[in-house]
Design a protein around this ligand. Structure first.
Ligand code: HEC
Length: 194
């Protein structure tokens, strides 16, 4: 090897090593934009809600969601019950108060998703409820995931309503509603008219 090619090889290696740490999966910070969110039913259904993992670690997220004893959701986990609200698990230590969950309130249409509000302790939903204040009441082992029996205050969105909202996500291909779901959807809309 000539001196020149040795220098070139060393330079190439140094460049590789300085660039590499930023691109290794778990150390890379998640970039969450409106395009992160799409048709809710393209996520994986678990009981009545949908989950995914933005870091490609779906098995780890599923394992916690399906565990009978709960657990800590891994980084990148995304959870949605209705198309307009989401929780995303950020990097460890990002926000110790919210167990690293970031809360999102979304506006969805056929054109796609807009992020209306995002953040940690101060995000409020369309009903005026603070996401964190409600979700933090879940018993510790459920990592702030409420479901129906984890200790959170109940919401005014019934399961028939959330199913109807999932099925009428304007970003998805249309799905037929059952009679019960159609009625629930009407009741949901009425909540905003009163
Ligand atoms: C009044 C309390 C309350 C508020 C406020 C609230 N939630 Fe929830 N959330 C719940 C309950 C209870 C469930 C479970 C409902 C069910 O399973 O049918 C739930 C379900 C969810 C789920 C599905 C996973 C789970 O925890 O069961 C997500 C994701 C979610 N909410 C996100 C949000 C976001 C984001 C906000 C704010 C924009 C918010 N929530 C505001 C109580 C609340």
């Amino acid at each position: 090897m000539t001196i020149i090619s040795k220098i070139l090889t060393t330079a190439a290696l140094m460049t590789t090593f300085t660039i590499m740490p930023a691109s290794i999966g778990s150390t890379e910070e998640l970039t969450i934009t409106p395009d992160t969110f799409s048709c809710i039913s393209e996520l994986t259904p678990v009981r009545g809600f949908f989950i995914g993992n933005l870091k490609g670690n779906l098995d780890a997220t599923l394992a916690v969601a399906k565990s009978e004893t709960g657990g800590k959701y891994p980084e990148g986990s995304i959870i949605q019950l209705i198309p307009t609200e989401a929780m995303v698990k950020r990097e460890a230590g990002f926000n110790t108060k919210t167990n690293d969950w970031e809360f999102f309130e979304l506006t969805v249409s056929k054109q796609g998703t807009e992020i209306h509000r995002r953040g940690f302790e101060d995000v409020v939903n369309r009903f005026g409820g603070n996401c964190f204040e409600c979700h933090e009441r879940a018993e510790e082992q459920w990592d702030m995931v409420c479901e129906m029996e984890h200790g959170c205050d109940p919401i005014s969105v019934s399961r028939a309503m959330s199913r109807a909202l999932q099925k009428t996500d304007p970003r998805c291909a249309s799905t037929k509603l059952t009679e019960e779901e159609a009625e629930a959807l009407q009741d949901f809309k009425d909540m905003f008219d009163n």
